[in-house]
Design a protein. Sequence first.
Lengths: 307, 291, 285, 254, 254
Amino acid sequence: GGNQENAGGSDLSGNVQVDGSSTVYPVTEAVAEEYRAEAPNVRVTVGVSGSGSGFKKLVRGDVDVANASRSIHDDEAKAAEQNGLSYVELTVAYDGLTVVVHPENDWVKEITVEELKKIWEPAAQGKITRWNQIRPEWPDQELHLYGPGVESGTYDYFTEAIVGEARASRGDFTASEDDNVLVQGVSTDKYALGFFGLAYYEENKSKLKAVAVDDGDDSNGKGAIVASLETVKDGSYAPLSRPLFIYVQSKAVERPEVVDFVNFYLDAAGELAQEIGYIPLPDNLYDEQRQKFEQFVSGKGAASAKQ
Amino acid sequence: MRVTEKIIEGLLWLSALITILVTIGIIWVLLSESIGFFKEVSIVEFLTEKEWTPLFANKKFGIMPLVAGTLLTTLIAIAVALPIGLTIAIYLNEYAHARMKQIVKPMLEVLATIPTVVYGFFALTVVTPFLQQFIPGLAGFNALSAGIVMGIMIIPMISSLSEDAISSVPRSLREAAYGMGSTRLQTSFGVMVPAASSGIIVSVILAISRAVGETMIVAVAAGQQPRLTMNPLVPIETITTYIVQVSMGDVPQGSLEYKTIFAAGITLFVFTFALNNLSFWIKKKYQEKYD
Amino acid sequence: MTNSELNRLKDKAFQIFGIFCTFIGLVVLAIFLIDIVMEGAKRLDWDFLTSLPSRRASQAGIKTAWVGTLWILVLTTLIALPLGVAAGVYLEEYGKKGRWANFLEINIANLAGVPSIIYGLLGLEIFVRQMKLGSSLLAGALTLSLLILPIIIVTTREAIKAVPRSIRDGSYALGASKWQTVWNQVLPASFGSILTGIILALSRAVGETAPLIVIGALAYVPFTPSSPLDEFTVLPIQIFNWTSRPQEAFLTNAAAAIIVLLLLTFLLNGIAVYLRNRQQRKVKW
Amino acid sequence: MSKKHNKLEAKNLNAYYGDFHALKNINIAMEEKNVTAFIGPSGCGKSTFLRTLNRMNDYIEGFRVEGDILLDGRDIYAKDVRVDELRKEVGMVFQKPNPFPKSIYENVVYGLKIQGIKKKSVLEEAAEQSLRQAALWEEVKDKLDKSALALSGGQQQRLCIARALAISPSVLLMDEPASALDPISTAKIEELIYELKNDYTIVIVTHNMQQAGRVSDYTAFFYMGELVEYNKTKSMFTSPKNERTQNYITGRFG
Amino acid sequence: MSKKHNKLEAKNLNAYYGDFHALKNINIAMEEKNVTAFIGPSGCGKSTFLRTLNRMNDYIEGFRVEGDILLDGRDIYAKDVRVDELRKEVGMVFQKPNPFPKSIYENVVYGLKIQGIKKKSVLEEAAEQSLRQAALWEEVKDKLDKSALALSGGQQQRLCIARALAISPSVLLMDEPASALDPISTAKIEELIYELKNDYTIVIVTHNMQQAGRVSDYTAFFYMGELVEYNKTKSMFTSPKNERTQNYITGRFG
Ligand SMILES: Nc1ncnc2c1ncn2[C@@H]1O[C@H](COP(=O)(O)OP(=O)(O)OP(=O)(O)O)[C@@H](O)[C@H]1O
Ligand SMILES: Nc1ncnc2c1ncn2[C@@H]1O[C@H](COP(=O)(O)OP(=O)(O)OP(=O)(O)O)[C@@H](O)[C@H]1O
Ligand SMILES: [Mg+2]
Ligand SMILES: [Mg+2]
């Protein structure tokens, strides 16, 4: 069994290789940094080559752990099978997508998912170009849109949640996979509307204004809700909060240092995620992840461990 | 003795051969991935479609918007760098003291060594807000700022290489011009610049191909919105930016989306290849004119 | 004589314009440097140079980055220098004429202008994937070596060309073979300039970001590499990484790292300028 | 022959390249419409002196002149003298032919164009006249728009002379104008000099004693920066006064 | 004097640079331990001929030779002749002194080192001997490790001669060895040639008639690629047979 929760692995050594999503990267980096104190002889490297590359490397056995901001696709899963590998998906934190406007924007306080869809859906391209087309009382001014690069998991997720289909959106918005660039864009453009990770909003609160989002479903919180630690954690900030994953492959868990690292990860993720601007899972969910991983290590989980 | 000579020559030849292998390697890498792409997307569509949305649900594969973005930023960069760079070259060559030239030339060359990420943020956080004071319609991300800053970056390429070219015009020509009562300006523009024109053109072409290949500045400052436009005030996307974005993104390898970067890469390669060939032939053609 | 006065006036006007343009260039440079130094200098201390990367800006340092950069420098030199000089010598001294030489020459001119990002794609496919080097130092150094190879070849050729015929004649006339002449006379006489070219090429390699990102070198590597097969990070990548963090304190770190990177490139350029001047003073043909 | 007036005069002229004393206290007066030859071993300062006569050395860092050079009695180093005007008065032909990489026509009219003369008829006439004077017209009249670089060395040199003549100088300085040419071209240039001295004051530097003997009226012998002897060419070659002159012209050195 | 044997002979020699016929049917035989001077106007082929004598033109693209050149009766252009061996036999000194940018000592022993001789004592002895032969030893013996570029032009030229002597050739080719030098250095070189002809066969190209007269036993006059006249120097200078020779040595052209 790989149960080394007591972190007695300080005499462990070896390499743990992680690669994948840039969104999950900060969490894993923080965990790796803390883990050095636990097991100084284990070298953890964390690459940032995107979820796609991360999966590709995972299913080939090139890396032990993949960071992912989306679930694995079927064809990627198939490749794992062909290579005789199985894997387990572990949720490690939530990310909240925040809809933001310029701080001097005094007309938008909240927005509905319907309206967001109207703005972002493919049909809006070239048509929805002014604020007053969304709500007539909003000013007759050009609407400038900002969002993450279309190749990012964040964009994937947003389109899925708002438009209903991944990657279906208008194309005439300013994109950057560097969220700082988006912060810069929205904070200097009075007629901007954008979305990006909660952490970037939290760090730039003075330059931005977050917009409350109403999903029209009162079961998870009534009315429009602003993204925050609490609202994401308790699930009321819907639909724009998403889970972040790590995937661990079956060959890797034969090595005790990988098992030890992943266990440490699940222990530490909650606190560290919060520190760097993501939202921890409720505690009981971390327990679930730990059990799932334990099962996987002991050989019962296999690929079916996927939710 | 003779045998060693032959062996050494062989080794040297092999080293030279490596450069060919590199080219073959580049072409092979770009082709092998983009062939897959062109099986699914016709070349005609690639070249004539007016939208580039390979990552969207509704995919369109027209490279033109990226090409337009690349051309636009390059054009702006050259419009900045050519007059300034050439003026500096002439000034340093004909007017400035030798000592000043010795100091100023390497100082300007520092401009080309600043990491381009730094330039990108300079364009985004300094140049754009500055320009927005004069150009109300200027978007936060635009080709103009990125192009201007890129122009600043390539100034030293033009100023240094052109100065070298002017310096290497035989002294006798300069003396002939002065000997006939020319002013410095007349000597420069009437004799030196025309005589050094091939070298100057080459420097400009090299600067262009540097601008075409530049990635980070545009990635940061020009927005990433493939758009078939020559309007410098709005966000655009260049070929290089697209490649970097996708290679850092979450796109699954082997997918059609992933292959687009190689199709874009080969377009970029064809571009710079044409430019470089041009500069090579210009250089060759005029090289032996003197002595 | 109004015409002549007009000419003199134009001459003066252009002089002023020339000073102005030069001045613009220098001012922009000064703005950059001041801006960066103001931002970064406060963060630049011994700890910063000796600390590992961290998620906390105040604890994060660039030890792995500068060590990685030095590794890359050394490896790239070891790979690119012999190859580049050998190819340069071949082109200038051996295969000078004919279609083959012409072809080589065009090819090199072309390679010199291929955007760095395409070298990244090449390195990714050949070194990272086919040769299974992963995102290792060696893969990075090989990629950058190919990137600067054309520059080295071209400068080597120029340097060799500048060695006067008379030196070669002198050697041949004493019964030296071609290679003996190259090895004993041509290369030593041109080595200063060759070195200058190489250093300038290296200072380009040191600042490259895009190709390394493409080969996957953007990573958290909390240890300094101990072999060429280890993963690594370099200063520009670290800078790039920090500039995309949400916390503003990382921008300060990035600025501090930029100062270090600039100092390194200045150092390299300074050495090159020094060598160039010394060479010019030493040898008057 | 009537006494000619002194076109060019140097008075107590000293010239320096930085610390190097290249010309030492030169005193010489050259008459108008004569050919004066400067001879002397390599490095003795012939070119340096020639080039101070139209201030071509102005652009050499560290070069400076003491003493006076008078052109028609006016000091050419005086503050109010404009160098470009001076050079229109004192033309120059160099050792290696140095035509501009332009057409033959453009070469000849260059000097006029930079003076602002644009009228085609004026330019064309001037071009023909100076090409005729330089004995080149017949050879090039059908290819005026061809590149000057396509001419032979001797033709190029005559083109350079034509170019200098086009701006109607009164003095022509020539620094070894034939040393890079073949014997036949050399002969042509020498003939040309002989023709030109009817209208121009000519100063020529030459390494070739025989040439000096053939073309010049006066000869100045320089040695290590000093003007050792200056006299009618005939007297100098038959009865040099100074021993060093004698040694030089009889070929004991140099 | 006993009849000396023919050290170097050219038979029906023609040489071409591409299409240009630079040497036309040259026939000449040079005796051992004599000084032969090549004279003639610029471009007549003196250097070309000299350089074919040790195949220095081999490296010039497009250059080719027809006919034979015999060194001690053996054709130096024969297939089995190794150029490097030939050049050890036939040394060469150039117009401009061309010392390697190394120490004086390294310059002198270079030829030996590339033959693989490494022994210090041998090298040092050879260096001293050839520097003495070149009349340079006294001037440089204390600074053998100084850069050769720090020597004066005349010293550099003697160093180049010493360098050539170090590999013990039997023939020494000199292409205007003194033309870039001052009068005093020139005199030294001429003296040296006079000394060396006791041991070496010397061929010297010169522009300077007087020099040819002073140093050479035989003189060959070239004109436009042809060998016009070849004779004892004394006879040639007093009673040239050919009109062109006469014109040339009396300074009618060149
Ligand atoms: N630009 C310069 N800087 C320093 N010294 C110079 C410069 N030009 C010439 N000299 C020196 O001044 C002296 C005279 O040179 P000058 O060119 O006048 O000689 P010259 O008589 O024309 O010789 P030659 O016959 O070789 O042309 C020489 O010793 C030369 O080395
Ligand atoms: N590498 C070459 N390629 C083509 N032609 C050449 C080459 N070298 C010399 N020539 C030509 O061959 C002819 C003879 O040249 P050479 O150098 O032998 O003359 P020279 O008598 O030594 O003249 P000088 O006294 O000027 O040194 C000249 O017309 C010259 O232009
Ligand atoms: Mg001179
Ligand atoms: Mg010659």
